[in-house]
Design a protein around this ligand. Structure first.
Ligand code: ASP
Ligand code: MG
Length: 458
C-alpha cells in the first residue's frame, strides 16, 4: 500500500534544478510514493491563451515550437546522457504531435469536439508527468507514469469545478497503482462518466493530489511550494509575517477560501474523513528542502494564539436591498435566495437589518444576481444596489471562539485608521471572523491587524 503522496507544482518546476530536486525528495522516502505533478511554470497560461486566440497555423506553429524548446532546454539539464535524452525527446514528440492536432482542431469551431479546451489544457500536466517519470527512470528509480484517464479517476460536476467521485474512483485508482514502484500522475484533471477529460480548475493539482491520497488511503500528503508554507499574513504585504507550524483542516480550508493563495481552496476536502495529514515544504529553501514548515491535521493543541492568520480576498461583492421593514417581512429573503439558487449563484453570507438585506456574493456573480433580483418585483424593496469595490478580510484560527474581546480590539484597530467596516461576521464559523471593508484600504488593514495581534510578544 502506498503511504505517501507527493505534490510537486509548477512553481517547483521553474528551473531544471527545481525539477532535479524531486530526485532527492523521492529518494528520501523509504517506500514507493505517488508523485502528482503540474505543468512547468507558465505553460497552462500559455495553452489557455493559445486556445482562446483564434489564430491560424502561422501563429500556432511558432508557439508550439517555443513550448517544445522550453521542454528541450529543461530536458538537457535534467537528463545528462545525450542518447537517453534523444530517446525521451522522441517520446515527448508523440505528445507534442497530439497537442498540435488538438490545437489545430480548435480552429474549426463547428467541427471541434466537446471538451476540447479541457483536453488541450491537460497537456501541460501530461508533458510534465512524462518528463519527470523519464527523469526518475534515468536515475534507476523504478517508476511509471499513470494518466488519470487510464487509472479511472472519475469525477462529477462541470469543467473547472469537477470533483472526484470517490465511490467509483477509489477502487479503480488503488487497483491501478498497486505495483511496488513509484507512480507519476499529471494533476489538474480527471475524467467524466464518458471518459472525457475534465479540469478541476486553476491550481487544481493540489486537489488532484489530495483526491488521489484519499483514493489509495495514503497516510500523508507532502506538498512543495516556493514559499514558507502557510503564513500569519502574506509576506509581500507584511514583511514580518511568520510561518504557521500547525493548522487544522478547518483553519486551512477557511484560509485557502479567503485568499491565502498558496493552496487550492478544496485541497483539504478529500483528506478530512480519513485524517490524512498534510506536510508543506518550501522548495526555495535548498537546505530545508526535506523539513516541513506547516503541518495540517484534524486537531492541534491549543497554543494560546487568538488567531493564526489574517488574509483577504477581492473576489466578493455585496448586493444590498433596502426598503422600510424588509428585514423583518417574512418571505422576502426566501424568494431572493430561491431565485439566486435557481440561477446557480452561491450566497456566501447574509446580514439583514430592519431596513436592509445584504448578501455577500462572489464578484463574478454580482451582475447576474442584481438582474435576478430586479426581475423579482419584490414588495417593500425600494432600492437595489451593489458594492463592488470591497475586500473581505478574514481572521482565521481556532482561538477565535474561546477568547473574549477580540471583536472590540479588531474594530478598534481599524477605527483608529478610519477604516470603515461595512459588514462583519463573528461566530458564523468556529474558526473565522470576516470583515468587509473598502478594497483600497485592505493592505493597510491587514498590516494593522497583524501588527496588533502578532507583535513581538508572539
Ligand atoms: N497547471 C495548472 C494551473 O496552472 C494546475 C496547477 O498548477 O495546479 O492552474
Ligand atoms: Mg500551475
Amino acid at each position: 500500500m502506498i503511504r505517501n503522496i507527493i505534490k510537486y507544482g509548477g512553481s517547483n518546476l521553474k528551473t531544471p534544478e527545481g525539477t532535479k530536486n524531486l530526485i532527492r525528495i523521492v529518494s528520501s522516502f523509504p517506500d514507493p510514493v505517488i508523485i502528482v505533478v503540474s505543468a512547468l511554470s507558465g505553460v497552462t497560461d500559455m495553452l489557455d491563451e493559445t486556445v482562446k486566440i483564434p489564430a491560424d497555423r502561422d501563429i500556432l506553429m511558432p508557439r508550439l515550437d517555443s513550448l517544445r524548446d522550453l521542454y528541450n532546454r529543461h530536458m538537457e539539464q535534467i537528463i545528462p546522457d545525450p542518447l537517453q535524452c534523444r530517446l525521451i525527446a522522441q517520446k515527448m514528440d508523440v505528445r507534442f504531435e497530439e497537442l498540435k492536432h488538438l490545437l489545430l482542431s480548435a480552429y474549426h469551431p463547428g467541427l471541434s469536439p466537446d471538451g476540447l479546451y479541457d483536453k488541450i489544457l491537460s497537456y501541460g500536466e501530461k508533458l510534465s508527468s512524462l518528463l519527470i517519470s523519464e527523469m526518475l527512470a534515468s536515475r534507476n528509480i523504478p517508476c511509471r507514469e499513470a494518466l488519470p484517464e487510464d487509472i479511472g479517476l472519475y469525477t462529477t460536476g462541470v469543467s473547472g469545478y469537477a470533483s472526484v467521485d470517490f465511490q467509483t474512483a477509489s477502487p479503480n485508482v488503488s487497483k491501478a497503482l498497486s505495483e511496488p514502484l513509484h507512480y507519476v500522475i499529471p494533476g489538474f484533471y480527471g475524467i467524466d462518466s464518458n471518459r472525457q477529460i475534465i479540469l478541476f480548475g486553476r491550481g487544481g493539482t493540489d486537489y488532484s493530489a489530495a483526491a488521489i491520497a484519499r483514493c489509495v488511503g495514503a497516510k500523508s500528503l507532502h506538498i512543495w511550494k516556493d514559499v514558507s508554507g502557510l503564513m500569519t499574513a502574506d509576506p509581500r504585504i507584511v514583511p514580518g509575517a511568520a510561518s504557521i507550524p500547525r493548522l487544522t483542516y478547518d483553519e486551512t480550508a477557511e484560509l485557502a477560501y479567503f485568499g491565502a493563495r498558496i493552496l487550492h481552496p478544496r485541497t483539504v476536502e478529500p483528506l478530512v474523513r480519513k485524517g490524512i495529514r498534510v506536510f508543506i515544504y518550501n522548495s526555495s529553501d535548498e537546505n530545508g528542502l526535506l523539513d516541513p514548515v506547516t503541518v495540517i491535521s484534524a486537531h492541534k493543541r491549543p497554543n494560546g494564539k487568538v488567531f493564526e492568520s489574517v488574509t483577504f480576498s477581492d473576489h466578493f461583492a455585496i448586493l444590498n436591498l433596502t426598503g422600510a421593514g424588509i428585514g423583518i417581512k417574512p418571505g422576502i429573503l426566501a424568494r431572493i435566495t430561491t431565485a439566486l439558487n435557481n440561477s446557480g449563484i452561491n450566497i456566501s453570507s447574509v446580514i439583514t437589518s430592519h431596513i436592509s438585506i445584504n448578501l455577500l456574493l462572489e464578484l463574478k456573480d454580482i451582475d447576474r444576481a442584481e438582474k435576478t433580483c430586479r426581475t423579482l418585483d419584490l414588495p417593500f424593496v425600494s432600492e437595489i444596489k451593489t458594492m463592488r469595490n470591497i475586500s473581505v478580510l478574514a481572521l482565521v484560527g481556532q482561538g477565535m471562539v474561546v477568547r473574549h474581546g477580540i471583536a472590540s480590539k479588531v474594530f478598534g484597530v481599524l477605527a483608529e485608521r478610519g477604516i470603515n467596516v461595512y459588514m462583519s461576521s463573528m461566530g458564523a464559523s468556529e474558526v473565522t471572523t470576516y470583515l468587509v471593508i473598502d478594497r483600497s484600504r485592505r493592505l493597510e488593514a491587514v498590516e494593522a491587524i497583524h501588527g496588533e495581534f502578532f507583535r513581538a510578544k508572539d
